[in-house]
Write a protein that binds this ligand. Structure first.
Ligand code: SAM
Length: 215
């Protein structure tokens, strides 16, 4: 899959940014620009609400970082029983993830390169860097398209909400109301979209289910 014009540079900048986080903080929540482990894991719990059955499930983890989702899953399920593939734009993240989880599949890039039951993506859209918002929204639409194309049953993603005090906050972050992205997933993918929010994180999660194929 080739990225639309302009997105190659966006992918490269995002990869460099997160490689820098990893160099500074190692395989820790700060190393993927999260504040702490409990909130990183709360996001995983929200995204995993999408999974209806764990029996023989396959999961693509887009923007997998150093593979923290596998740590979370391993506390709850036998990791050997989960058909998992992680992908990330940062080659350094993927090297670290492979060292941490040598029996699982990882791939450098913006696509998992295979179809799985579910696609999960935590934290991909928050740090816009200095990209203009319209270009960043092209990046989001392209990434959602990849998640849809590579997920048999559905995918889950999260976004930051506008700040409750109405202030712009830290520069270079992307904040949005849920409605435009719910509408996008409904119209572009014909999906059933469930909104999960209200956990005090100032974020929301979309659970985007593919409707069953007609008989
Ligand atoms: C905030 S970090 C979160 C990492 C991991 N999901 C977690 O929660 O621990 C976002 C990660 O997504 C990667 N990323 C961002 N956009 C991506 C894309 N379109 N395709 C693949 N990886 C992406 C970044 O390189 C970074 O490692």
């Amino acid at each position: 899959m080739t990225a639309p014009p302009g997105l190659g540079a966006v992918h490269a900048a995002v990869g460099r940014y997160y490689t820098g986080c990893l160099r500074r903080h190692g395989a820790t929540p700060l190393g993927v620009d999260w504040r702490c482990l409990p909130t990183q894991q709360l996001r995983f719990a929200r995204l995993l609400q999408l999974v209806e059955s764990w029996d023989g499930v396959s999961i693509n983890d887009l923007g997998c970082g150093y593979g923290a989702l596998l740590d979370f899953l391993a506390e709850r399920h036998d990791p050997a029983g989960i058909d998992y593939c992680g992908a990330d734009l940062s080659a350094a993240m993927i090297r670290r993830a492979r060292r941490r989880w040598p029996r699982h599949a990882f791939r450098i890039g913006a696509t998992p390169g295979r179809v799985a039951d579910y696609g999960l993506a935590s934290g991909l859209f928050n740090v816009r860097l200095d990209h203009p918002e319209p270009l960043w929204e092209v990046f989001i639409r392209d990434t959602l398209g990849i998640l849809h194309a590579t997920s048999r049953r559905g995918f889950a993603v999260n976004f930051m909400l506008p700040r409750a005090d109405g202030q712009p906050g830290r520069e270079g972050l992307y904040r949005t109301r849920p409605e435009p992205w719910i509408r996008h997933c409904e119209t572009a993918f014909g999906a059933d979209v469930t909104l999960a929010s209200g956990d005090g994180l100032g974020e929301f999660t979309l659970l985007v289910r593919r409707p069953p194929a007609p008989p």
